[in-house]
Design a protein around this ligand. Structure first.
Ligand code: SF4
Length: 102
């Protein structure tokens, strides 16, 4: 089975059919060992957990560069949160924003 770099960079890809049983080329990618939904979660706490996992990843820089070049629409990639192709500091929670007191 050949693996292209873009396949490395998709959280959870290794869970699917044909996934390698051992780390690919000696690289253990943290996102291959957790629920991929963590990287696309709705809560700030879960997204921070995903970002923390990326901090230990040997491909963090390449993953981040790839996500920037692809303008990832959402998710945690390379230790950053993406929304609409942009890196954002925190994800806005679903629902309406609170009404500000006048
Ligand atoms: S930087 Fe994060 S999302 Fe990218 S491959 Fe590593 S663990 Fe997975």
């Amino acid at each position: 089975m050949s693996v292209v770099l873009s396949e490395f960079l998709i959280p959870g890809w290794a869970d699917g059919e044909g996934a390698p049983a051992a780390p690919v080329d000696g690289q253990e990618l943290p996102c291959h060992f957790v629920d991929p939904e963590l990287f696309f979660a709705d809560t700030a706490q879960e997204l921070e957990e995903a970002k923390a996992l990326c901090q230990t990843c040997p491909l963090q820089r390449a993953c981040l560069d790839g996500a920037i070049s692809r303008r990832e629409p959402f998710g945690v990639w390379g230790g950053q949160i993406f929304d609409g192709g942009q890196i954002i500091a925190t994800k806005r929670l679903p629902g309406r924003p609170r009404i500000q007191a006048a």
